[in-house]
Design a protein. Structure first.
Length: 262
């Protein structure tokens, strides 16, 4: 399994999660740059909690096959929203990585479905984005289970409709991120679902943010986000995106009860 981006910056220094540009409270955001990893820590791996030991083993390259995941992973049955997907290509390795984000409407759990492709081979599964389905997701063993795969599907696919489950404040989202990192400090990306946000940009259209009802903001990834602004019409909307510790990559937006992929 490919290792996470930046997992050995400076040989053994894990990526830091910088404090985002906020206009609201920052009390929950922690500097995770103090976390380090070195071979001597792995040598003391038996002293770690079993779940965290699983994370360390996977990070240094140990892989679990599908049978091991099915036997040891946590299973969560829910009605899952398939909120969005991004694909990245590493030319020097001739490899593509696909990330698909799911959100459980009843449990509030998030699931990250990862697929890898080498030498332009197609991905094994195709996920119906913007749809909802009852399914059972099995998660890779972890101190904070995030990566999963769909084990069983039940019922018909339906379009995502109504309000998007999520928090209403940037501060609450960052508190959730801090909680996740306290349990598993090597997580790199998080699903962000915020209700009643307004997309904004500066007069030059260079800096884009989303702003919650309290005035706190989070930056959007570099690029143009005119489609998001046009769909919102400058009014509050429910938003889904991928947070990497620095900026949000938009995945979709709920407008008047209809979910639009971005």
């Amino acid at each position: 399994m490919p290792r996470p981006r930046g997992w050995l910056r400076g040989y053994g220094i894990w990526p830091a999660y910088p404090i985002p540009r906020l206009t609201g409270p920052r009390n929950y955001w922690l500097n995770w740059g103090d976390w380090r990893y070195s071979p001597k820590h792995f040598a003391r791996g038996e002293q770690l909690e079993p779940a965290l030991r699983e994370d360390v083993r996977q990070l240094i390259g140990w892989t679990l096959d599908q049978e091991e995941v099915a036997a040891r992973g946590e299973r969560v049955a829910d009605k899952w929203l398939i909120l969005g997907q991004r694909c990245y290509e590493e030319e020097f390795r001739q490899q593509k990585t696909q990330r698909t984000w799911l959100l459980g409407t009843q449990t509030g759990r998030t699931a990250l479905l990862l697929q890898f492709s080498v030498a332009r081979t197609p991905f094994l599964e195709v996920f119906p984005l913007g749809m909802c389905q009852d399914a059972e997701v099995v998660f890779w063993p972890s101190a904070y289970p995030q990566r999963g795969r769909i084990e069983a599907r039940r019922g018909e696919l339906t379009a995502i409709q109504g309000a998007l489950p999520g928090v209403i404040a940037v501060e609450a989202f960052l508190a959730d991120v801090a909680t996740a990192l306290a349990r598993q400090p090597w997580l790199e990306r998080f699903l962000c679902t915020l209700q009643n946000i307004i997309p904004i940009c500066d007069t030059a259209g260079n800096q884009w943010d989303i702003r919650d009802s309290g005035g706190a903001t989070l930056p959007l990834a570099k690029g143009d986000h005119w489609q998001l602004l046009a769909l919102s019409g400058g009014a509050p909307v429910d938003f889904a995106g991928e947070w990497d510790g620095e900026a949000l990559l938009p995945l979709g937006v709920m407008v008047n009860g209809t979910y639009h992929l971005l």
